[in-house]
Write a protein that binds this ligand. Structure first.
Ligand code: TXA
Ligand code: MG
Length: 345
């Protein structure tokens, strides 16, 4: 493993891109301060240039190299959650190139909780710009084999295989450059955990966080004219199959029945994404995949992206997904399903 990390570090030093594991999902990394290297990430992913990248660091002290006007709360949250799945948006230093931040005057920074990721950052001596290692719009990869399915060896010459990722969903993105602080993406750290961490400090006891993308937002096509987190306006996390997110499980049976009568030859291959407890409740579907126990949302989070891709591998045309509780990491699960879905019922 050490020699592989060294090889990856050398590629990064030479302006290349490589894929590596983090605790959330696999990332596609390049030197964040080298515009040409960062351009390779945008090209390989097919990512719109107005969707900025997260810069990954290995030491808290490096915050100051990349950001300025850093509020006290940034250090409190860094001490509370780093290394870990929290990304902080701060006013950027000029050394961060425009391409990395898509021209914004802020930069998103995170210190990942994965030994391989941190060793890579240290051995390359660089800060790593790293989006999730998937083609733009596809579900994020939680293992090395999935990364390879999205990218040829020419596009990404080296993938460090660190096994399946632990969290399975991307980091929480919190904007500290505005007041009130704004949650731009739900993820591995919940809003409650963030508020609790800040409330421990008496001067910040009443610190409240605003949410900008509640998972309950049912209008999938709605976009704001100037989104705070540019990535939020794009369709995301989508399997090739059409996904319908069902808020009431009892509606799933009538939906399947309706689809079957509309499609008399039973051509449409229907898959159900559900909790373990309901696995045997959908005998009329072609494929049922249980994503985890309803009493263990962490398990569901860690399996959700892999499961979406499994339906594609099985040639399913339509996925009908159950809904999950929106407490804790459940909010991030529902956010990803809502963004992947073409319809909510
Ligand atoms: O867990 C993660 O965060 C993974 C791993 C690899 O670290 N990375 C990841 O990156 O999910 P990506 O590029 O797939 O998502 C980054 C999100 C996007 O929604 C982007 O718009 C937002 O962070 N973002 C990046 N820089 C920003 C900034 N300066 N202001 C607001 N949002 C920003
Ligand atoms: Mg992504």
């Amino acid at each position: 493993m050490d020699s592989l990390i060294q090889k990856a570090a050398d590629l990064i030093k030479n302006g290349g891109i490589i894929a590596f594991p983090t605790e959330t999902v696999y990332g596609l990394g390049a030197d964040a301060l080298d515009p040409e290297a960062v351009a390779k990430i945008f090209k390989a992913k097919g990512r719109p240039s107005d969707n900025p990248l997260i810069v990954h660091i290995a030491e808290i002290k490096d915050l100051e190299k990349l950001a300025q006007d850093i509020p006290e709360e940034a250090y409190i949250l860094a001490k509370g959650f780093w290394p870990g799945p929290l990304t902080l948006v701060l006013k950027r230093q000029n050394i961060v190139p425009d391409i990395t931040t898509s021209g914004l005057d802020t930069v998103a920074i995170r210190l990942p909780d994965h030994e391989i990721a941190r060793s890579l950052i240290r051995q390359s001596g660089k800060y790593l710009a790293a989006p999730s290692a998937n083609k733009s719009g596809r579900p994020s990869p939680t293992d090395a084999a999935t990364v390879r399915k999205d990218f040829t060896e020419e596009e990404v010459p080296l993938i460090i295989d660190g096994g399946p990722t632990q969290v399975g969903l991307e980091s929480t993105v919190l904007d500290l450059s505005v007041r009130p602080f704004t949650l731009l993406r739900s993820g591995g750290v919940s809003q409650k955990q963030i508020e609790y961490c800040l409330s421990d400090h008496s001067s910040l006891a009443h610190c409240k966080i605003r949410t900008s993308n509640p998972a309950s937002d049912s209008d999938l096509t709605k976009t704001t004219s100037a989104p705070k987190s540019p990535g939020m306006k794009y369709k995301h996390y989508s399997p090739q199959a059409k996904l319908i997110l069902c808020h009431k499980p009892e509606q799933i049976h009538s939906l399947i029945k309706k689809l079957r009568t509309q499609n008399l030859e039973l051509k449409t291959k229907i898959g159900i994404l559900c909790c373990k407890e309901n696995h045997d409740k959908y005998p009329e579907a072609n494929l049922v995949i249980a994503v985890g126990s309803i009493s263990n949302l962490e398990e569901i989070a860690s399996n959700i992206f892999r499961t979406l891709r499994e339906f594609d591998s099985a040639g399913v045309d339509l996925i009908i997904s159950e809904s999950f509780p929106t407490e804790g990491i459940g909010l991030a699960i529902m956010d990803r399903l809502t963004k992947a879905a073409s319809k909510l019922i």
